[in-house]
Design a protein around this ligand. Structure first.
Ligand code: AMP
Length: 365
């Protein structure tokens, strides 16, 4: 359950960043600090830091790896490693995504990567993971990202197995809020899934991975063209997804060019995620991808009996084969499932509470 902001005092745990046994092999990451201790308020009150750029602000600072103290490894994608870092001057915590240039070159993704980084850097929304900047050296590209303290929605779901209506509706509302912002900018996410959704300090949604899609092709969940389980029927049809392509190498995947889907494909994925959060599994899942594909195309899924009738209505109106019949984002906001269960003001109240607590601690009377 989400705690009511007024009934509990948000914690301010200190984070100890231990040097991870993991080390980068070349000189790029030399002189990491072994042990850095930081206060988590650096994460939730980032607005005073210089690392934060305003929407129209020019990139004035040229970063280098020497600007950061290196902390623990946060995670790994196929082509990148993400580490927790502290900007030396301000003590600001962020996540640094380190991408090997050789890998990008190998799969001919240079232009795609830079273009996607530039798109991501222009997105400013509380439920979208901030990308502050990027820099590079001779062997690597470094992307400076907002630090999401609670890992991914996928790991959260794995831990809880399935979620209640309040938690689900709140997450879905926040994802829809982020999508609304993107769609207004004519940006489609195209690969919405719990692995691409991070959680901030208060378990608030932080949408990430904007079409970079430079992920490992070893599983059904990590394809350049999206992830089969979350893919809308029209996307499968437009892409003419060949099952063999879904187990191909990244090099193979570069031969495809991404076809822009319409916004309604993201709404289909939102329906899949709603189902998954409540039921603990995706609706069209089958060990055989061919069967998953068939089931998606015939909209063949079963809603578990124990799902609330408002949730069932919500899911079944997002998982419509005909995208014109699907709920739109305004419909999502107005839907009874969201209106009844989403704790829409929870985050604002929590942040407000935290900010005033932080202020009074720093300004004792
Ligand atoms: P990615 O390469 O984006 O797929 O990231 C790999 C893993 O690193 C993710 O699954 C997360 O566990 C972790 N991670 C990525 N970005 C962040 C971030 N900004 N804050 C915290 N953890 C992250």
């Amino acid at each position: 359950m989400i705690k009511n902001a007024s009934s509990s005092t948000p914690m301010r745990p200190a984070i100890n960043i231990q040097k991870d046994p993991y080390v980068f092999s070349d000189d790029a990451l030399k002189s990491p600090s072994n042990h850095v201790s930081m206060d988590v308020s650096n994460i939730v009150t980032p607005y005073q830091t210089k690392i934060q750029q305003e929407p129209n602000e020019k990139r004035t600072k040229k970063w280098s790896i020497d600007d950061f103290n290196i902390g623990r490894r946060l995670g790994e994608g196929s082509f990148s490693t993400v580490i927790l870092v502290e900007e030396k001057k301000t003590g600001f915590l962020c996540a640094l995504k380190v991408i090997k240039k050789s890998t990008i070159r190998q799969y001919q993704q240079e232009h795609q990567l830079i273009r996607e980084l530039e798109i991501h850097m222009r997105l400013f929304h509380k439920h979208i993971l901030r990308m502050y900047d990027f820099f590079y050296d001779s062997s690597r590209i470094y992307v400076i990202l907002e630090y999401a303290a609670n890992d991914t929605l996928a790991s959260y779901l794995k831990h809880h197995q399935h979620l209640d209506n309040i938690r689900t509706a709140t997450f879905i509302y926040q994802i829809a809020d982020a999508l609304n912002y993107c769609h207004r900018l004519k940006i489609m996410h195209r690969d919405l899934k719990p692995e691409n959704i991070l959680l901030g300090q208060f378990h608030e949604i932080k949408l990430a991975d904007f079409g970079l899609a430079l992920h490992c092709p070893s599983s059904r969940r990590t394809q350049y063209i999206g992830t089969m389980d979350y893919m809308a029927p029209e996307v499968i049809e437009n892409e003419d997804v060949n099952i063999d392509d879904l187990s191909c190498s990244p090099a193979d995947s570069t031969t495809k060019s991404p076809i822009p889907y319409e916004e309604s494909a993201d709404l289909w994925s939102l329906g899949i995620i709603t189902y998954e959060l409540l039921a603990g599994t995706t609706p069209f899942y089958d060990a055989e991808l061919t069967i998953t594909k068939k089931r998606i195309l015939s909209c063949d899924y079963v809603l578990p009996d124990n799902i609330h009738m408002d949730a069932s209505h919500f899911i079944s109106h997002l998982l419509k084969y005909d995208r014109l019949e699907r709920l739109t984002i305004p419909d999502v906001f107005e839907h009874i499932f969201i209106r009844s269960f989403a704790q829409i003001n929870f985050l604002n109240e929590t942040l407000h509470h935290f900010a005033s607590m932080h202020h009074s601690q720093n300004n004792p009377q």
